[in-house]
Design a protein around this ligand. Structure first.
Ligand code: HEC
Length: 185
């Protein structure tokens, strides 16, 4: 092949590949929003129901895994979405090696103040799949159950239900975990 043709065709291939990655990224972000939205709506609406702080926790305990399952059942066969954390409350959300690496990167960015909340998404591609990560930072509302001054009621409840809980003592705007969507090729 002539050099020019070779250059042109590799350029074309690169364009196609990046268009492909963009489509996958958009698809994955859709799944992240689906799970994030489902969990958030339900958590907030449970918390708003008045004084029953504990209802929200009970709700989380019983239903976060269930909601995750239901959302995944709606996705195409080659896709999954889940939460992961370096300090888990629910051991089902443990991080694998890739999750850990990505969260370390987010932590380093936050530490060095180079984290950009406007473009928080990270994409990891390997031969078999594309993963898309969205970081979850703590807001004031999260500290009720993940902060430094959690009420006795909630604290007792969490100790009883999550004996291996590691998800306390967070400050506002710290990395609580990620949502990750994975699409197999
Ligand atoms: C009413 C208490 C409560 C509030 C408020 C709350 N959480 Fe949680 N959170 C829990 C409980 C209980 C679990 C464990 C059950 C589950 O969701 O899997 C949990 C689990 C999680 C997990 C999954 C990882 C893990 O450690 O198992 C993430 C991520 C998370 N919370 C982030 C947040 C963020 C971000 C906020 C604020 C927007 C928030 N939480 C607010 C109680 C709460």
């Amino acid at each position: 092949m002539k050099l020019k043709t070779l250059l042109l065709s590799s350029l074309l291939l690169a364009t196609i590949a990046s268009a492909d990655t963009n489509a996958t990224k958009t698809e994955a972000i859709g799944y992240i929003k689906l799970l994030g939205g489902e969990l958030k709506t339900q958590l907030l609406s449970n918390m708003k129901k008045g004084s029953q702080e504990l209802d929200a926790v009970t709700f989380c305990t019983k239903n976060a895994d269930q909601i995750t399952k239901e959302v995944n059942a709606k996705l195409p066969k080659n896709a999954t979405v889940r939460r992961a954390s370096l300090q888990t409350r629910n051991p089902n959300n443990s991080a694998d090696a890739v999750d850990k690496k990505i969260m370390q990167e987010y932590l380093a960015q936050i530490e060095s103040k180079s984290f950009n909340p406007k473009s928080p998404i990270k994409v990891v591609e390997d031969a078999n799949s594309t993963r898309v990560y969205k970081p979850l930072l703590t807001k004031a509302v999260c500290l009720k159950c993940h902060g430094e001054n959690v009420s006795d009621n909630i604290s007792k409840f969490i100790k009883e239900n999550y004996p291996k809980d590691q998800a306390m003592n967070f400050k506002e705007n710290s990395l609580r975990g990620v949502i990750v969507a994975e699409i197999k090729k």
